[in-house]
Design a protein around this ligand. Structure first.
Ligand SMILES: Cc1cc2nc3c(=O)[nH]c(=O)nc-3n(C[C@H](O)[C@H](O)[C@H](O)COP(=O)(O)O)c2cc1C
Length: 325
């Protein structure tokens, strides 16, 4: 366990490895599991400001949280400073610890509208958003950014300064541009530049797949904490700095059961089981299950039968070789 800690304004964070916000993945059951395994704080999936303002069905479930997840950041996505403020004021009533603004979403229909990473093309809007939020909210405000829109407009230092100068208390940086989406390698040098040029804490993000990567990214950038997204799906133990080969199949099985039970309690059955399939794939793919088994498992609609199949499968697999990553 690490004794590292940092502060987001007046909010103290104990630890230096954090589950990334991921639409469709970092819901309350998965975030709670990650927190129990060592993730130092929680971020919700993005919350569209319009959905919050108009109380659209399902929005409450996207920011429901377990008190043990604190500190928790509610992440807002929109392209309009006033609408972001309106949503933030509504969300503040549900007592998050931090309001985060999504300046990184790369999906075409979001970014082309000027939301998410699209806002990186309008730094003055970022300034207006942070000026408004920090004036009107009583909790800290943060942002999650990418490096810029594309290679010819990598304005991450300008954006980082704008956020800091307008009262932002924390910055998470995914080391890719919007144009890259998820291709190429995350640019850890650029994240290091941000860390050394602002005084607010920086969370470094991109391409951490192992416990050794956590240490490498911290050493490379001098960041306050490391954020992990895709690699946590299938290996939530990474928040305890444990790689998949260190997790025996019976522990994998027990965690799948705990996670599935939490998903079923949160979403109900059979919807919860359908949503759990992507996690099941992540937990089991290191063992290369044969396609017939995978198909049977991932189309199963009865949670008890699903768990029986998983238990039987995991009782027959060998531990992963140490070289697996
Ligand atoms: C399926 C998926 C959904 C995501 N949803 C969000 C989101 O809601 N908000 C956000 O800021 N980033 C989102 N991201 C980006 C991640 O937070 C993270 O920046 C990215 O995956 C890079 O980190 P990684 O290499 O550890 O996966 C998402 C990524 C994925 C793969």
């Amino acid at each position: 366990m690490t004794s590292a800690s940092f502060s987001i304004g007046s909010v103290s964070v104990q630890g230096d490895v954090i589950l990334a916000p991921m639409d469709g993945l970092s819901d309350q059951p998965f975030r709670s599991l990650a927190r129990r395994l060592g993730s130092a704080m929680s971020y919700t999936e993005f919350l569209c400001a319009d959905d919050v303002i108009h109380h659209r069905p399902g929005i409450g479930r996207r920011f429901a949280f377990d008190p043990m997840e604190r500190p928790i950041a509610f992440q807002i996505l929109d392209n309009d400073p006033q609408r972001i403020l309106e949503a933030a004021l509504l969300l503040e009533r549900f007592s998050p610890d931090v309001i985060d603004v999504n300046l990184g979403c790369s999906s075409r229909h979001v970014s082309q509208r000027g939301s998410g990473s699209g806002m990186l093309r309008e730094p003055q809007k970022i300034a207006a958003t942070f000026a408004l939020l920090t004036r009107h909210l009583s909790i800290p405000v943060s942002a999650k950014i990418r490096l810029g829109w594309d290679d010819s407009s990598r304005n991450y230092l300008e954006v980082a300064h704008i956020i800091q100068e307008n009262g932002g208390s924390l910055l998470a940086v995914h080391g890719r541009t919007r144009h890259q989406a998820y291709s190429g390698a995350a640019d850890w040098d650029a994240i290091a530049e941000v860390c050394s040029s602002v005084s607010i804490p920086v969370i470094a993000n991109g391409d951490v797949r192992s416990a050794a990567d956590i240490t490498r990214l911290k050493d490379h950038t001098g960041c306050a904490a490391v954020m992990i997204g895709r690699a946590a799906v299938g290996n939530p133990w990474i928040f305890s700095r444990r790689d998949r080969p260190e997790i025996p199949p019976d522990e994998v099985c027990a965690t799948i059961k705990t996670h599935l039970d939490a998903v079923l309690a949160f979403y109900g059955s059979p919807h919860g089981l359908v949503l759990f399939r992507k996690f099941a794939r992540g937990y089991l793919s290191p063992y290369h299950p044969d396609p017939a088994f995978s198909h049977r498992l991932l189309t199963e609609t009865d949670p008890c039968q699903f768990m029986t199949e998983v238990t039987s499968f995991l009782s027959q697999v060998n531990a992963l070789p140490p070289a697996y990553s």
